[in-house]
Design a protein around this ligand. Structure first.
Ligand SMILES: [Zn+2]
Length: 709
């Protein structure tokens, strides 16, 4: 597709951030282009805003909703590219430009959210006969707009109005600072080990990566960092207890006053504790301005869950069912640590190590053994073939400018027709935010004669290839990859033509993990695992016997893992529902209380997990962390439909039919209808918790004897 040249002043395409004719122009990007582009786009968006809210402009979809969507989409896409680069290729210049422009952009969204004339126009539109005649997806867009206006403070009057805007802006900067502090604190610490005796237990590829890292700094020895691919193997395999303790201490005190690095004044500058307090105070104040009792209520308005009490009950129900299994897990771990590892009183930095050893003893394999079978290119190939089979598409290599040489680009086609495209950026490196995520570069949208196809970013932080071999993935990594592709498919396979509800847009937060967690299940299907595994030296697929042991180990400590997720979720919900900043309790008190209620192992008092809990302080999961478990109920139950199909004599036909239905009723419809309706359309009934409990090995038949003190 080409933009009509006659409409566009030549200056536009000089700035790649102002070019919306095709894919993002990463090759032409530089940070100094951000300011000018943002200024142009903000000016245009404001001009459009005043044009559509002019009383003379007809209150119709075409004259009013669509032009505004055009303008805000351009701003969103340009700023999305900047935000993406900020996440994957952070540089001082980019960070500075990002921070200079962020308040301007945030201010515009706040203005838009509070625009009285626009709100009035939407209200008039919703009351007009045209509204009733709109397709359901468009009515939903208008309903969402009205809801968001109310949540965005549009009904506020001065001075609450101005205060609300102030709170929004300040929160955006605080969240950005929180996230920067975590990254800087992660980068600030490294440990150079020079005595090889301290490295006992670590595997060859971990050591090689550590040696290369030290070498890069001009040092002999082995360098370990708090980035996950370096940190995790130390915690799991290093026999030398002081090494584990030091790494654990560094990791779990990041961005706090007790941090091991940096120290003194520099630690104060990266301390996230004051940011947490200020954020929570502001969220509570914001809720009050909107007429809610607490921020948790505000957060749940656009979600599938109905109230904080419903969520808390859900979490506590699940905790009650997981608790006996978690207690059994912990007792077993303690017994093993005492008897086999001479650790009679295992500490927080011993748990992953002891767990890995117990897992090895019981199932006789380690993540590192399994890793030799999962070569990234082969895994991707297996994943692509699965997607092709389930959803009748083709995934083909494609080319596009990118931000790093490791990035790959693909296109998705059905019957030779382009459906969407995606970038993959899969390796950990400095200046890249940790974790894994999917983000949209562009969403599906139909306008008059032209169809804009969706484009996605798929980002992971796997250990890069070392020693000339392909990158090797743990089974967890494979699962992460499938998970992110689940989000990607939701975005790419949509058939909705309206931007605001196509793909993952407009999907309730607590339902958005359904397609991603659903995909994870396939990492446990033998046929799929066999076809995508090949030993890095022999080329042999993963042995069936090893897979069976992995399957047996799948639910290893699932009780403890479930309680840990519930601990995070309950902490988050309580902070946003009951906690009052400046009151008698501190954030740490709330966390301690939740741990006493839920956890089977309590971390050391100096642990400051909350200071790097980016999900709820910088990631949009505030009063929403429960959604992982909530969506797991949905995804496990949805996958059970595939298990039922696989058990039938005519399995291939049944699976194909189930795949088609999943595509039609869940993936393709995106946010165009409530998630509960999509679920019912696919499953023919309401979601049930049983499949999740069964998948996690927590069923009555395997329940341990009631424990006695
Ligand atoms: Zn996800």
């Amino acid at each position: 597709m080409q933009s009509p040249a006659a409409d566009a002043p030549t200056a536009r395409t000089d700035n790649p951030l102002l070019d919306f004719s095709g894919l993002p122009r990463f090759a032409d990007f530089s940070p100094e282009l951000i300011g000018p582009a943002v200024d142009v786009l903000l000016a245009e968006a404001r001009a459009t805003l005043s044009a559509v809210t002019d009383p003379a402009t007809p209150t119709t979809w075409d004259a009013f909703v669509e032009p505004l969507e055009d303008a805000t989409e351009r701003l969103g896409r340009a700023w999305g590219m900047v935000g993406h680069l900020n996440g994957v290729a952070d540089t001082p210049a980019l960070r500075e430009a990002y921070n200079v422009n962020l308040p301007k952009v945030t201010q515009f969204w706040t203005e838009l959210a509070q625009h009285e004339a626009l709100f009035a126009k939407y209200k008039a539109f919703a009351a007009s006969p045209q509204y009733a005649g709109l397709p359901a997806a468009r009515r939903r867009i208008v309903d969402h707009a009205l809801r968001d206006f109310r949540l965005g403070g549009a009904e506020l009057v001065s001075p609450a109005r101005e205060r609300f805007a102030e709170l929004q802006e300040r929160q955006a900067s605080l969240a950005q600072k929180f996230s920067e502090n975590v990254l800087d604190a992660t980068d600030a610490f490294s440990l150079l080990v020079t005595d090889e005796a301290d490295l006992a237990g670590l595997h060859a590829d971990t050591l090689e990566a550590a040696r290369e890292a030290a070498h890069k700094d001009g040092n002999a020895g082995w360098k370990f960092t708090l980035h996950f691919p370096s940190y995790l193997p130390v915690m799991q395999y290093a026999v030398h207890r002081p090494l584990r303790e030091r790494m654990y201490r560094a990791y779990s005190t990041r961005a706090s006053l007790g941090a091991l690095a940096p120290e003194g004044e520099a630690a104060k500058a990266l301390d996230n504790a004051p940011i947490i307090d200020e954020l929570l105070a502001m969220r509570h104040e914001e809720a009050g301005l909107l007429g809610y009792a607490n921020f948790a209520q505000v957060s749940l308005v656009p979600k599938m869950a109905e109230s904080p009490a419903q969520v808390t009950t859900f979490l506590r129900d699940l905790a009650a069912r997981a608790r006996p299994f978690a207690e059994r897990d912990m007792a077993e771990l303690r017994r093993f640590a005492a008897e086999e590892l001479a650790l009679p009183d295992p500490q927080a930095w011993d748990l992953a190590f002891a767990s890995e050893k117990l897992k090895e003893a019981r199932y006789a394999f380690s993540d590192q053994t399994v890793k030799q079978y999962f070569q990234l290119p082969r895994v991707l190939d297996g994943l692509f073939r699965l997607i092709e089979r389930l959803y009748s598409v083709r995934i083909l290599p494609d080319t596009a400018p990118a931000w790093h040489p490791d990035v790959r680009f693909h296109r998705v086609e059905r019957d030779g027709q382009l459906i969407g495209q995606f970038y993959t950026d899969l390796y950990a490196r400095a200046s890249k935010r940790p974790g894994a995520w999917m983000d949209d570069a562009r969403s599906r949208r139909r306008r008059a004669a032209s169809l804009q196809t969706p484009v996605a970013y798929l980002v992971c932080n796997f250990q890069p290839p070392v020693g000339g071999r392909p990158a090797l993935l743990t089974h967890d990594d494979v699962t992460t990859l499938f998970h992110e592709f689940g989000h990607g498919l939701h975005h790419l396979l949509t058939r909705v033509d309206d931007l605001a509800v196509s793909g993952i847009s407009g999907v309730e937060w607590d339902a958005v993990e359904l397609p991603s967690q659903f995909m994870e299940n396939f990492c446990w299907e033998w046929e799929i695992v066999r076809s995508m595994s090949a030993h890095v030296e022999t080329g042999e697929p993963l042995p069936r016997e090893l897979f069976d042991r992995m399957l047996a180990a799948k639910n290893f400590q699932s009780g403890m893992a479930t309680l840990r997720q519930i601990e995070f979720a309950l902490f988050d919900m309580r902070l946003h529902a009951d906690y009052r900043p400046g009151g008698e309790q501190t954030v740490q008190d709330v966390l301690d209380e939740v741990r006493r209620e839920v956890a089977v192992s309590i971390p050391p008092a100096w642990n400051r997990f909350q200071n790097s809990f980016s999900h709820i302080f910088a990631g949009g999961y505030s009063a929403g962390y429960y959604s992982y478990k909530w969506a797991e109920v949905l995804s496990a139950d949805a996958y059970a439909a595939f298990e039922e199909a696989m058990a039938k004599p005519d399995a291939p036909a049944r699976i194909a039919e189930t795949g088609r239905r999943f595509l039609d009723e869940i993936l393709a419809v995106g946010g165009s209808r409530p998630a509960i309706d999509s679920f019912r359309a696919f499953r023919g009934r309401d979601p049930e918790m049983d499949a999740l409990l069964r998948h996690n090995g927590m069923v009555e038949a395997s329940a341990p004897e009631p424990s006695h003190a």
